[in-house]
Design a protein around this ligand. Structure first.
Ligand SMILES: Nc1ncnc2c1ncn2[C@@H]1O[C@H](COP(=O)(O)OP(=O)(O)O)[C@@H](O)[C@H]1O
Ligand SMILES: [Mg+2]
Length: 244
């Protein structure tokens, strides 16, 4: 099976070299757990290190803020956007109705899920994207009335991404103490892999950890791995033998 290097320091070693090519991985965690950083690091590394064009669809955070935050990690998204290696699609317009100065934005007429999916698919084709991140799928469902509609939309999304052949990351926000892996409780079944980012407050400090809950076709670590967000982005640590 072909592997797609994630660019998340320390992660590929835990999943036989990377994400299974062409598959979809769900990354979930509470607010502040590092999901957006994970998604951007995956797209940035793909473009900068592995020559793979990537698309970032942002529904929660505005693109100019993402670009600004990324400079703290030394990631110049603008440069790679100009080189046609990264495309950021502003979906916050569709969600919030704000005007946008972005070159690539989803229509401001509110989220019509079918249109959105076709737009994403067309972008993948036109841009030749090998990687795509949707941040977040929870926000995708906001305009849909029933859980049934949301399930259908997510099914369609996963089918289309599978057909497009991109290696995809879907981001989903969950409550801190949630027993579920995703907002709608269905994303994890559609995804070929599930990674949970934990963010645990202990005393005065906080601890981050990464857990691979499932990765189809992969012999993966089952441990809770300590994780840090550093000036190089997310770094996942090996679990010391003595700690087991
Ligand atoms: N340059 C940085 N150095 C260290 N930690 C950072 C840096 N930038 C962001 N962080 C940490 O990452 C957190 C934000 O992570 P983010 O990926 O936006 O989370 P999520 O998308 O899950 O809400 C911040 O609250 C901060 O703790
Ligand atoms: Mg986020």
């Amino acid at each position: 099976m072909k592997r797609i290097k994630t660019g998340i320091h320390g992660l590929d070693e835990l999943i036989e070299g990377g994400f299974p090519s062409g598959r979809t991985v769900l990354v979930s965690g509470a607010c502040g757990s590092g999901k957006t950083t994970f998604g951007i690091q995956y797209i940035y590394s793909g473009a900068e290190l592995y020559g793979e064009p990537g698309i970032y669809v942002t529904l929660d955070e505005r693109p100019h803020l993402i670009r600004e935050d990324c400079l703290n990690f030394g990631w110049d998204l603008r440069k790679l956007e100009n080189e046609n290696m990264i495309r950021i699609i502003d979906g916050t317009v569709a969600r919030l109705g704000f005007p946008t100065e972005e070159e690539f934005a989803l229509p401001s007429s509110g989220i019509d899920i079918d249109k959105l999916l076709l737009e994403i698919l067309a972008s993948i084709k036109r841009f030749g994207a090998k990687r795509i991140v949707i941040d977040s799928v929870a926000a995708l469902g906001l305009s849909l009335r029933s859980e049934d509609d949301i399930r259908r939309a997510l099914l369609k999304l996963s089918y289309l991404l599978g057909k497009a052949g991109t290696t995809s990351v879907l981001i989903s926000e969950i409550e801190t103490d949630s027993k579920r892996f995703s907002k709608y409780g269905i994303e994890e079944f559609l995804a070929d892999g599930v990674i949970v980012l934990h963010y645990i407050g202990v005393g005065g400090g906080t601890t981050r950890a990464l857990q691979i809950v499932k990765m189809r076709g992969t012999k993966h670590s089952e441990y809770l791995h300590p994780m840090e967000i550093t000036e190089r982005g997310i770094v996942v640590k090996q679990v010391e033998e003595s700690e087991l």
